[in-house]
Design a protein around this ligand. Structure first.
Ligand SMILES: Nc1ncnc2c1ncn2[C@@H]1O[C@H](COP(=O)(O)OP(=O)(O)O)[C@@H](O)[C@H]1O
Ligand SMILES: [Mg+2]
Length: 286
């Protein structure tokens, strides 16, 4: 951490993430992020979730001029949480969590019009469009005693559809990526049964598995690449750093993997032997 981030913390603060553009600190029961223009909107969303009993979102804490506090959720999160989605039970639990989030947010009618990180406004149209979490990857889940107890990191919340979040989650959970991801990021001991994992997720959420869903995952992969590029061009340090670290290339490879393996999600007996291994990072917006 750097002293200019929170000079008054003394011994109290624990660094959860030591990134210059987005240091994350734990101070007692609170998690402190740098304040963003959309922090107020995120806090309003978190308040709504608290009110309607969606307990896996952090409780909003105080907002200050330079920082934004939310409640700490005890458990395993971040990169370590990526290792906890190998089983069908875990995949189903994530899908059910996402379903409950969408059902909870669908009723939100904020008094003040929210503004999100990408400039979109509002809480959706009361129909298909609602506020998505926007970064539902295994790294933003918190697990305790084998159960998923937290969905954290709401900075990419914005307007979309339920299927925006579903497709994003499927990309990283199924995963729609090669061995370097399932082996080294998700820690899976053997090749994932991808179609099965997709079916488990879809059933637990309550939607059919069809070609449309597969195509939405592929579109989500491309949208992730486009968003990273756009935000970097807008001067966002995080995305510039991600690109400098080779993340854009990695995400682009995932797009190509998805396009090249689309047939696997329909064919009766899709089996091919392949396995280019690269060092992988968890991916996504993070
Ligand atoms: N509310 C929270 N409860 C528990 N841990 C948290 C919470 N918020 C963040 N963390 C921890 O801090 C890490 C970084 O925070 P996060 O909000 O995900 O930032 P980033 O945008 O950089 O991904 C997370 O991976 C997680 O380990
Ligand atoms: Mg995160």
């Amino acid at each position: 951490m750097s002293a200019d981030v929170a000079p008054d913390l003394g011994d109290e603060g624990e660094v959860l993430q030591d990134r210059e553009d987005r240091p994350v600190l734990r101070i007692g029961d609170l998690v402190r992020h740098p304040r963003q223009p959309w922090s107020g909107s995120v806090h309003a969303l978190l308040s709504h979730l608290q009110q309607v009993g969606f307990t896996e979102a952090p409780v909003p804490g105080p907002l200050a001029e330079d920082h934004d506090d939310v409640g700490y959720i005890e458990g395993i999160g971040g990169d370590d949480a990526c290792l906890l989605v190998t089983t069908d039970e875990a995949v189903a639990a994530v899908a059910q969590l996402l379903r409950r989030y969408h059902d909870a947010v669908a009723t939100w009618r904020p008094e003040v019009e929210p503004v999100w990180f990408d400039g979109q406004r509002g809480a959706g149209d009361g129909g298909e469009h609602l506020v998505c979490h926007g970064d539902v990857g295994p790294w933003n889940l918190v697990w305790r005693d084998g159960s998923v107890v937290g969905l954290i990191d709401w900075e990419y919340a914005t307007i979309g559809t339920r299927r925006t979040d579903i497709a994003y989650a499927l990309h990283y959970l199924v995963p729609f990526r090669d061995r370097s991801y399932w082996q080294w990021v998700l820690g899976m001991p053997a090749k994932p049964r991808r179609r099965h994992r997709m079916a488990v997720f879809a059933e637990a959420y309550g939607i059919p598995v069809d070609e449309q869903l597969v195509d939405e995952v592929l579109a989500s992969q491309q949208a992730g690449v486009d968003l990273m590029r756009t935000l970097a061009e807008q001067g966002r340090p995080r995305q510039q750093q991600l690109i400098a670290n080779g993340e854009l290339d990695r995400e682009h490879r995932a797009v190509l993997w998805g396009q090249g393996h689309r047939h696997k999600f329909y064919a009766k007996r899709p089996r091919s032997r392949r396995g280019a291994d690269h060092e992988e990072r968890p991916g996504g917006l993070r």
